[in-house]
Design a protein around this ligand. Structure first.
Ligand code: 6PG
Length: 239
């Protein structure tokens, strides 16, 4: 983990505030459309709720932002485990984000593999090319979390998607009870700014493994033309 791109904040609310400030800055400095790739899980929920409050909602260019997901659980969009559902309820609805700006991964009426391929086509259409150019990131901001096994998005240790070097998306089966959809590392690393939010004492051991140099999935998040900022709270950092 790059120590220069690591901030330790008092607790989850401070992590959310710092992430919100960095997002506002990144969106303001981006010209035209702004691509934000969202993380699932529980950690970023506070951030999403904060972004929808008057203190931040007025500082984000909602009409220019396009919302994408880094991964999704293959459950219906109204399912309590759906990352889309979590973001919709914690931010998009109260911020009145226009539906046309929200690009969720399809999880009904389609197979996981077909949905991954469909999402890749949509991303390539947004990007305007079928291959990524290192000089032109796909995402302006990418939010990631960290699992206790070192996974990020749905790139779990040992899955084939982790070594995918060409495709932008993949379906991940057999790791969790439900199939997962995930961006691959080429897509994640095509980000101008990656914010990795990690809070709670439960994440201390995996952070210590990273510090020791263990080859964990999140250790491969290394934007070609961008930077990573780790936002940890004191509980996770062991302070
Ligand atoms: C998901 C996320 C996943 C998450 C980590 C951490 O769909 O669950 O994309 O990668 O970020 O598992 O989850 P917590 O924030 O709940 O600890």
């Amino acid at each position: 983990m790059d120590p220069t791109a690591r901030e330790v904040l008092a607790g989850p609310p401070a992590v959310a505030r710092r992430a919100a400030e960095l997002m506002v800055e990144a969106c303001a400095s981006a010209a035209g459309k702004v691509a934000v790739c969202l993380s699932g899980g529980s950690t970023p929920k506070l951030l999403y709720e904060l972004l929808a409050t008057p203190r931040y909602a007025g500082r984000l260019p909602w009409d220019r932002i396009r919302w994408f997901w880094g991964d999704e659980r293959f459950v219906p969009p109204d399912h309590p485990d759906s990352n889309y559902n979590m973001v919709r309820r914690s931010m998009l609805e109260s911020a009145h984000a226009r539906t046309s700006t929200v690009h969720a991964m399809a999880t009904t009426g389609i197979s996981p593999d077909e949905s991954a391929a469909e999402y890749e086509r949509m991303l390539q259409g947004y990007y305007g090319a079928p291959t990524l150019d290192a000089s032109r990131p796909l995402f302006d901001v990418t939010l990631l979390g960290l699992g206790e096994d070192g996974h990020t998005a749905s790139l779990f240790p040992g899955v084939a998607a982790l070594s995918e070097a060409r495709r932008w998306t993949a379906a991940v089966l057999g790791v969790k009870p439900e199939p997962r959809l995930t961006l691959t590392l080429p897509a994640i690393n095509a980000s101008r700014l990656v914010l990795i939010l990690v809070t709670g004492t439960g994440k201390r051991p995996v952070l210590e493994r990273l510090e020791r140099g263990d080859d964990l999935p999140v250790a491969h998040v290394n934007p070609t033309n961008g930077r990573v900022v780790w936002l940890l709270d004191e509980a996770a950092a062991g302070h």
